[in-house]
Structure formats: structure tokens, C-alpha cells
Design a protein around this ligand. Structure first.
Ligand code: SAM
Length: 321
């Protein structure tokens, strides 16, 4: 039926994200030795796309590694930081952070079609498998992997509060531990009622929690309309963009309903202009970029939001933007 075929189109975006990542790795914009294992065919994407991926990677990965480093450095032996990644796809963040993950646990969620594929890739690759001392079946229905530091759960995010939350708890997710939630191009694919239910569960159950969200904004100008129609041609809708079309609406979702301590959204162009000039000169030497205005236009249609609420003990672990 129509909604199932829509879900399949949305699942395919996980390969798009992995393709973008690998293209930027190959051109040396970013370092990720694990990206190659999750995609069969590498493609060379345009310099604009590669710079976009570079920005996205930098924004998200810095926030994650700052969070894990701050908690590692705190020497609090009872602290077991958690990363909860919504719609993880073939993202490699866990593998990139294994040295910081000794005491942390990653929880990943995606549709079964994606999680099962990810599990089988990991199982058949010695360079990925080496991170797991004991890799056995989780023994829990819909849970593909569940080790001390890494857990992959199969499910539909639209059933977060009814099904997935229970699976998380069954797999050792501890609502008392400081947690960073990541949504990288994911909530935008859900109707607002579903993403609100996810955030509402998180707000209700967690005391020390950060949320990073990266997704499209500005659907109404010419570029935005074009971006949406290209996706629609591939059977992909972005229902979330209608209720969260702007930076302000992205910030407000954590403040108006939930009164979190901090919520800030920047567009990726603003983020790009704040990157260390040395890093910008390094990437500028990688490939010739002619269409600078086009890069600006593209980046203005993506938004990076960081929000958190926390008790005094943990007010240093989340990075402001
Ligand atoms: N976050 C990953 C990244 O940046 O590489 C993947 C992003 S991809 C654009 C979107 C991902 O969200 C896909 O893997 C898709 O299957 C997942 N997703 C979207 N809606 C979902 C839902 N209702 N339940 C579970 N996963 C979902």
C-alpha cells in the first residue's frame, strides 16, 4: 500500500546519507575509515555536496565527542553516558567514538530493513567486529545487537512511546544517566504529532538530556520549493518541515512546550562561517568551488539545533552553539 511504499522510499535515504559521507571521505573533507564498509558503490558528489556533508559532519560529531569527552573527564565512576540515535541508518558515529565509549552506551533505532542490514554488515566485517568482545544474538525480539556499549533496535519511530521506549528500557537504557539524543535528517520525515510524542517521552523521563537535530528548513522560497519537489519525485515527503519551517520554530519546540534550559538553532551557512578559517582553507584546497552563492543557498536550507535541560551537576556537558 501507499504508506508502505513511502516508508521504503524513506528507508532508501539512509543509503543517500552514507553515499554523501563516503564521497566527502574520499575527497578528504572528513575522516571516517568506517564509512566505506556500509556502502557498496562509492560516488563522487559535487564540491557543494561535499562541503555540505563536511559542515554537517563537523557540527554533529563535535557535539557528540564534546559530550563524551566531558563525561569521561569528570571521573564520576557512576556515570554511564548514553547516546540515543533516532533513525541512525548506516551512520558510523559509534565506531568513530569507540575510544570514548568505554563507559558509554549507544542506542540506535531504525526500521528493521535497515537495522538487519547494518547488523549483517558488522557481523561479516573483521574491522567492525573487532570492537565487540562478545558478539552474540541479543535474545530480545526486535533487538539486533545488544552489547555493553552498543545496541541496535528495530522499530518504527511513530511507535516510540508505545513500543520502542520499552525496548530501550529492556536493553539497559537508563533514564537516570545523562543522555544525548541525535536526529540527523530524521524527525523531518515524521508528522509533527509523532516527533512531538518522542520529545515528550524524552522530556518526561530524562532529567539530564541534550538533543541535537539536523534537518531541512525554509520550504517556501524558490530553492526550498525545488528541494521539496525533487524529493517528492522520489516518493519522499517532509511533513515535519510544515510545522517547523524556521530557525525560531525549531528552537521553540524545546522551549515553549518543555521549558528546557537552552535551545538554539543556526542555519548551516551561519555554522559554516563560524568554522576555523584554517579548516576552511584546508577544504578549499581540495576541490575547486565555483558556485559559492549556490553553496550559501543550499546551507541556508539546513538547520542545526542544540537543546538541553539539565541539573547543576551536568551543566557543562552540552556544548552551546
Ligand atoms: N541519521 C542517518 C544519517 O544521517 O546518516 C540516516 C539519515 S536518513 C536521511 C533517514 C533515516 O531515518 C533512514 O535510515 C530511515 O530509515 C530512518 N527513519 C525515518 N523514519 C523512520 C521511522 N518512522 N522509524 C524508523 N526509522 C525511520
Amino acid at each position: 500500500n501507499a504508506s508502505r511504499s513511502q516508508d521504503i522510499c524513506i528507508q532508501n535515504t539512509s543509503t543517500d546519507a552514507a553515499t554523501c559521507r563516503l564521497s566527502a571521505v574520499k575527497k578528504k573533507y572528513i575522516c571516517d575509515e568506517y564509512a566505506q564498509y556500509f556502502i557498496k558503490r562509492a560516488s563522487n558528489l559535487s564540491p557543494i555536496m561535499n562541503r555540505g556533508t563536511f559542515c554537517r559532519f563537523l557540527a554533529i560529531q563535535n557535539t557528540i565527542s564534546n559530550f563524551l569527552s566531558a563525561l569521561n573527564a569528570s571521573n564520576d565512576s557512576a556515570c554511564r553516558p548514553q547516546i540515543l540515535s533516532l533513525g541512525t541508518g548506516f551512520d558510523t558515529t559509534y565506531f568513530l567514538n569507540t575510544s570514548l565509549c568505554q563507559s558509554a552506551k549507544f542506542f540506535e533505532i531504525d526500521f528493521p530493513a535497515i537495522t538487519k542490514k547494518k547488523k549483517s554488515i558488522i557481523q561479516s566485517n573483521a574491522n567492525l567486529l573487532k570492537f565487540f568482545k562478545n558478539f552474540s544474538e541479543s535474545g530480545i525480539d526486535q533487538v539486533e545487537i545488544n552489547t555493553d556499549s552498543y545496541c541496535i533496535i528495530s522499530g518504527d519511530l511513530r511507535e516510540f512511546d508505545t513500543t520502542i521506549a520499552n525496548k530501550l528500557l529492556e536493553c539497559g537504557f537508563d533514564t537516570k544517566q545523562p543522555t544525548l539524543v541525535i536526529s540527523e535528517c530524521v524527525l523531518i520525515y515524521l508528522e509533527a504529532q509523532y516527533s512531538n510524542r518522542i520529545i515528550s517521552w524524552i522530556d518526561k523521563h530524562l532529567l539530564n538530556v541534550g538533543f541535537i537535530c539536523y534537518e531541512q528548513i525554509n520550504p517556501d522560497d524558490r530553492f526550498g520549493q525545488q528541494m521539496i519537489s525533487i524529493l517528492m519525485e522520489r516518493g519522499i515527503n517532509l511533513p515535519g518541515i510544515r510545522s517547523l519551517p524556521s530557525l525560531k520554530s525549531q528552537e521553540d519546540r524545546f522551549i515553549t512546550n518543555y521549558r528546557w534550559n537552552y535551545s538554539k538553532a543556526v542555519d548551516l551557512w551561519e555554522f559554516y562561517t563560524s568554522i576555523d578559517p584554517k579548516e576552511i582553507s584546508r577544504i578549499s584546497a581540495l576541490e575547486y568551488l565555483d558556485e559559492f552563492e549556490e553553496l550559501k543557498l543550499l546551507l541556508e536550507h539546513y538547520c542545526f539545533t542544540v537543546a538541553y535541560k539539565c541539573t547543576n551537576t551536568y551543566n557543562q556537558i552540552f556544548t552551546k552553539i
